[in-house]
Ligand binder design. Structure first.
Ligand code: PXG
Length: 444
């Protein structure tokens, strides 16, 4: 194992780590100190294969010199510029490049610094849109159980991750309702790609939520097209189409949270493109600039933008934004990352790897502790049987064991999640699943 950082003089006390069991981490830290391609290097000098593209955000792999050079050039030219009532070229350039990858019509881009801010921004845009159209009573926001839309009050409230909401329940947004999630082990176990069962779950929007609240009070529905954090929840065939249809008929905005699915994870620039379903807005972050500088945003249908911007009285049209919206370094990194995605045809490359990747994932069926396997694009979720009385414990131990065996393995509860960089070779993904196999053999 790696040396304890205390032996290297590193003081671990002051950094309060996010979504981390701080005490156990600090007793036995897992430190990464370097990265190149699809590998990290641990503090002990070991090679650690990156089976989650960092945190779903490094599709082009680590240490890409083209992106570094763009960031350095931008730093030398213009390191920071105020984004309010002032502009700088690279933010406009990045917005155009991103718009060119979005479904036709989603061509107005608002920048944030994270996926959480993107979700909250999209929700605020939905409210502003209906107000601008003369329907200010449309304020209900509809999310979905098990949805992860970030951790700010809006996305947390509309999201459906019980653990993330529990401690803050008293102050969640009030005007919120939730669709049921789309996962049923009974009907979908070991589905490869989209399950056949479950399209009817979209009808809940009409039969329950609209029936209860009336469509005239509903602003937006926001869902991840493929649930990421909840453990790769793939939409049933026809489900997204039905959601689109119901929203259209009732003038409800449909927002896809593509923070995970955007920029190649599902073999296209967006899940909207892959599924052939176009929402009214798409949130993005992570892969937009290969995770190199914090950046997120929302791409909206031009008509939504125009209703807010063109129909406002003179002056600021939307009282919203961030000091670092469209930060020059983040925007330069986005342009360079998109150049790479195009030059190396990475979305196509990822798609070409899907078959082999999913074969390897589903070959784990029958291994000890495995209860279900789901896959879509270059993402797979493997459910382990929870240890009685200790849900999540086995998942966490799998992360620890995988690190010992030279792999960064993310788990969500007792679900193992694999989402390799799009630049991974067949041999890399084979090594990832072989490590999972080893982990499964030795997990208590
Ligand atoms: N929406 C979705 C769909 C996400 O997956 C966010 C919003 C929030 O993004 P920021 O940049 O604010 O973190 C996310 C984040 C995991 C995992 O293990 C996934 C995320 C974050 C942490 C862990 O799958 N996604």
């Amino acid at each position: 194992m790696d040396k304890h950082p205390a032996d290297t003089g590193l003081d671990l006390r002051h950094h309060w780590m996010p979504f981390t069991a701080n005490r156990s981490f600090k007793e036995a830290p897992r430190l990464l100190v370097g990265a190149k391609g699809v590998f990290y290097r641990s503090a002990g000098g070991r090679e650690i294969i990156d089976s989650l593209s960092g945190l779903w955000c490094v599709p082009a792999g680590h240490g890409r010199q083209e992106i570094k050079q763009a960031i350095v050039r931008q730093f030398d030219e213009l390191d920071f510029a105020p984004p309010f009532q002032m502009g700088h070229p690279v933010a406009f350039e990045a917005a155009s490049r991103i718009a060119s990858l979005m479904p036709t019509g989603l061509n107005r881009v608002f920048f944030t610094n994270s996926g959480s801010e993107a979700a909250d921004t999209a929700l605020k845009i939905a409210l502003a849109y209906h107000r601008a159209r003369g329907e200010p009573q449309r304020t209900l926001l509809v999310g979905r159980a098990r949805g992860y839309l970030g951790v700010i009050f809006g996305g947390m409230s509309v999201g459906g991750m019980p653990a993330n909401r529990k401690a803050f329940a008293a102050n969640l947004l009030a005007r919120v309702d939730h669709l049921p999630h789309t996962y049923s082990r009974e009907h979908q176990a070991y589905s490869r790609g989209q399950p056949d069962w479950g399209a009817h779950l979209a009808d809940h929007l009409e039969t329950h939520i609209i029936a209860l609240h009336d469509a005239s009070n509903i602003a937006a529905v926001i869902v991840e097209p493929v649930g990421g954090s909840a453990g790769v929840l793939v939409p049933p065939k026809g489900y997204l189409e039905r959601l689109r249809d119901i929203c259209t008929r009732h003038a409800i905005l449909l927002i896809f949270d593509e923070v995970i699915t955007g920029f190649g994870r599902v073999g296209a620039a967006t899940a909207a493109e892959r599924f052939g379903v176009t929402p009214d807005a798409i949130t993005f972050a992570k892969g937009v600039n290969n995770g190199m500088v914090p950046m997120g945003g929302v791409a909206v249908r031009q008509e939504v933008h125009d209703a807010i911007v063109n129909d406002s009285p003179p002056g600021i049209e939307l009282f919203h934004g961030y000091t670092y919206s469209g930060h020059p370094l983040a925007a330069a990194a986005a342009c360079a990352a998109i150049d790479l995605y195009e030059k190396e045809a990475l979305f196509v490359r990822g798609r070409a790897l899907e078959g082999h990747f999913q074969d390897l994932a589903h070959a784990l069926k029958g291994e000890r502790l495995v209860q279900d396997i789901r896959s879509f694009g270059l993402a797979a979720g493997i459910d382990l049987e929870p240890r009685p009385g200790a849900p999540g414990a086995r998942g966490f131990e799998a992360t620890v064991r995988a690190f010992e065996l030279g792999m960064w393995l993310r788990t969500s509860g007792d679900t193992l999640v694999i989402a390799p960089p799009l630049v991974a070779e067949r041999a890399h993904v084979e090594r990832m699943f072989e490590t999972v196999r080893q982990v499964l053999k030795t997990l208590p």
